[in-house]
Unconditional design. Structure first.
Length: 411
């Protein structure tokens, strides 16, 4: 896998042209924003990247955990996007995100597209419904436009995996309740029934955990074993999955969140690695406002993914500290991850184990322009590194400079 290549990256001039076409496509949509019911944001994330790794990136069919490798250092277009939110009626909204990624197939693709119904509450109880394709409310970090993070340039290992392989195409319902005269306490429960997430777990098992800023579109294809590809968002066994969640929030300073996800996949549905996997996990998140205006976000995930009787266990956790200084924000995050295969009567076989540090500085030059720089270092242990004639434990690092421009139409 290290020396193989599934698809080549598009030439740099093609990437820039694609971003330009995306923004041109967005321009007519701005004219539709009227009556105070529409919000249209178009943006470009670009910059300069320097990577130190002996591995080829997983994007190019290698074993590297980063989006880029030493063959792709230099100027880079991270993504371009159109993010639209529109109010159809006083209680019915639509939200969709179109993203251009300059790698692999389906460069221009939709990452989310759903209707949201919010009936007018008649008490402290309220409900919300989503129908379409969307991310489950698992991440506490990726809350900015186009499911990006306002704290770092790259997502945590957990959120990176969600961006790669997790999307719900179905129906979600949420029930919320506010308590007390000042409504400082709020609790909610939610559940969803979804389809088209049957191969979830195939990419994680093949390449292990990663840290990057790329999202898979709903029609996207990703590299897998033996120079092959697979589509992560497919319905193969005609069986619906589900997830359940709960959240408690206090005064916007404490937020505790839990989810259980189960795709109910038939692991024996097909003979190919990119076919149905049976994948389930528990996910917990905690967000705190600490003294000194420091913010804390912690996330944890633990689960299993099975294919043809092979059971792989996986887990990861991260802890992020962040603080803003006017228009500046500084953040630091630690990630820890594991991927194991239990063996009867023997110690678990470690498929991937390691940790990562991420340090980022972001500066909001204006409402539209943001500058940033980020340093990521990952240490991982994988038996597969031996296939490339390398030690089992390797270090990879990356410095990423970023310039993000977002144009907003609010009418």
């Amino acid at each position: 896998m290290q020396n193989g290549t599934t698809q080549k990256r598009a030439p740099r001039h093609v990437r820039i042209l694609g971003a330009a076409l995306l923004c041109t496509f967005a321009a007519p949509g701005a004219a539709l924003a009227d009556s105070g019911r529409h919000e249209l944001k178009t943006g470009i994330d670009s910059g300069f990247v320097m990577t130190n790794t002996p591995l080829t990136s997983w994007i190019d069919g290698g074993l590297g955990k980063l989006r880029y490798d030493e063959q792709n250092d230099g100027l880079a277009l991270y993504q371009a996007f159109i993010d639209y939110k529109g109010r159809i009626t006083p209680t019915l909204n639509f939200q969709g995100t179109l993203v251009y990624n300059p790698e692999l197939s389906n460069n221009l693709d939709v990452t989310e597209a759903f209707f949201e119904f919010r009936p007018i509450p008649t008490s402290r109880w309220s409900t919300r419904w989503r129908l379409g394709a969307f991310y489950p409310h698992i991440s506490l970090e990726n809350v900015d436009v186009a499911w990006s993070s306002p704290y770092t340039l790259s997502s945590s290992t957990i959120n990176t995996w969600l961006a790669e392989e997790i999307r719900a195409v179905g129906l979600e319902g949420k029930l919320l309740r506010e308590f007390g005269p000042d409504s400082r306490h709020r609790v909610s429960v939610e559940g969803a029934v979804f389809y088209m997430n049957d191969p979830t777990g195939a990419l994680l098992t093949a390449k292990g955990w990663s840290v990057h800023n790329r999202q898979t579109g709903l029609r996207g294809e990703l590299p897998l074993w033996f120079d092959s590809e697979f589509e992560p968002f497919q319905e193969l066994d005609h069986s619906a999955g589900y997830y359940l969640g709960a959240e408690y929030e206090y005064n916007r300073r404490v937020k505790l969140r839990y989810h259980y996800y189960d795709n109910r996949g038939d692991q024996y549905q097909g003979p190919s690695w990119g076919d149905t996997w049976f994948t389930y996990f528990h996910a917990t998140g905690l967000q705190l406002g600490l003294p000194g205006e420091v913010g804390f976000i912690g996330q944890w995930i633990d689960g299993h993914t099975l294919w043809q009787g092979i059971d792989n266990t996986y887990g990861a956790w991260s802890a992020l500290l962040t603080r803003s200084f006017g228009r500046h924000r500084v953040s630091a995050r630690y990630d820890n991850f594991t991927l194991d295969r239990p063996q009867a009567g023997l110690p678990d076989l470690s498929l991937d184990e390691g940790s990562a540090w991420t340090v980022a500085w972001l500066f909001n030059w204006s409402e539209s322009l943001r500058l940033g720089v980020e340093y990521v270092t990952i240490e991982s242990t994988r038996p597969n590194f031996a296939f490339a004639g390398l030690p089992n434990t390797l270090d990879e690092s990356q410095i990423m400079f970023s310039l993000r421009y977002v144009h907003s139409n609010l009418n």
